[in-house]
Design a binder for this molecule. Structure first.
Ligand SMILES: NC(=O)C1=CN([C@@H]2O[C@H](COP(=O)(O)OP(=O)(O)OC[C@H]3O[C@@H](n4cnc5c(N)ncnc54)[C@H](OP(=O)(O)O)[C@@H]3O)[C@@H](O)[C@H]2O)C=CC1
Ligand SMILES: O=C(O)C1=N[C@H](C(=O)O)C[C@H](O)C1
Length: 255
């Protein structure tokens, strides 16, 4: 058997990090060489070919910079990325052009499909709004997935000459009643005991609606996407944003 790919995990004691460690340990072609959490020395990551980061929006940039400077490829699931933060990462990669960094707001294949379908559908409807629903321990709102979906929807609508959200006659409203605007698209965040990670994209036109819904019931739903990214990130020097770039989405059959 060929040598196994060495993987390090940052945020290893967290909900996602622990699930990633278990998935890496169960994969015959991967070896878990470092499982680190807040306060740990990063030195053991030097043994890793690829580092996976599921930490916090406050911690993630510093972790990426360290990995890029050390020549480690990075797979990032942590949220909190906007254009400015992505540009910062691109700047670091300019100094280390052989390193690959893949940032994905959601590693669930079905979640990625939901986002792609939403972007495809967006130009056919008058209105679009997004509702994301998560476990109550989540520290950021709205979710990274909802933010990215809103950006993709807004881009698709702009290309079709449409306003981002849709008609809305609201003249008076309590703060937050109409959600937050992300790229002009209304986004509503629910935090509810019992949930894991869920999202609905609501599209409305004359006399009809389309609802695209994705549900992650368990964090294992993210693992095929995380492991795919771990295996492929070294082949993609520079910055990749979104798992969709690894999914060959234009192919509709095996033939
Ligand atoms: N892309 C995707 O598919 C998914 C992304 N996420 C995102 O992943 C992130 C983590 O989520 P989740 O696992 O639920 O969160 P958790 O709070 O369960 O885990 C985060 C872990 O990171 C640790 N940590 C904090 N700072 C550092 C640091 N500098 N170095 C190493 N470890 C650190 C935390 O330690 P301590 O508690 O001691 O601070 C904690 O153990 C969030 O941004 C979330 O939105 C979640 C699910 C799927
Ligand atoms: O914190 C979570 O749990 C999740 N975070 C990501 C996000 O903010 O989009 C991905 C998924 O929704 C789970």
């Amino acid at each position: 058997m060929s040598e196994r790919l060495a993987v390090g995990v940052l945020g290893a004691r967290g909900r996602m990090g622990a699930t990633v460690c278990a998935a890496v340990e169960a994969a015959p072609d991967l070896a878990l060489v470092a499982a680190l959490d807040a306060g740990d020395d990063r030195a053991p990551l030097r043994a890793a070919d690829v580092v996976v980061d599921f930490t916090t929006p406050d911690a993630v940039l510093d972790n990426i910079r360290w990995c890029v400077e050390e020549g480690r490829h990075v797979v990032v699931g942590t949220t909190g990325f906007d254009d400015g933060r992505l540009a910062t990462v691109r700047g670091w990669l300019g100094e280390s052009p052989k390193v690959g960094v893949l940032v994905a707001p959601n590693f669930g294949v079905a979640a990625v499909l939901m986002m792609m379908f939403a972007a495809r559908a967006a130009r056919y409807f008058d209105s679009v709004e997004i509702v994301e629903l998560h476990h109550p321990n989540k520290i950021d709102a709205p979710s990274g997935t909802a933010r990215r979906t809103a950006e993709l929807v807004a881009q698709a609508r702009a290309a079709a000459g449409l306003a981002p959200g849709g008609p809305d006659a609201t003249a008076t409203a309590l703060d937050g009643a109409r959600g937050a605007r992300v790229a002009g698209v209304p986004v509503h965040a629910v935090r509810l005991a019992g949930l894991v990670a869920h999202q609905e994209v609501l599209l409305g036109g004359s006399g009809e609606t389309l609802t695209l819904r994705h549900d992650s019931y368990d964090r294992t739903s993210f693992m095929p996407g995380v492991l795919l990214a771990v295996r492929r990130v070294a082949d993609r020097p520079g910055l990749t944003v979104g798992l969709e770039h690894l999914l060959d989405l234009d192919r509709t059959s095996d033939s």
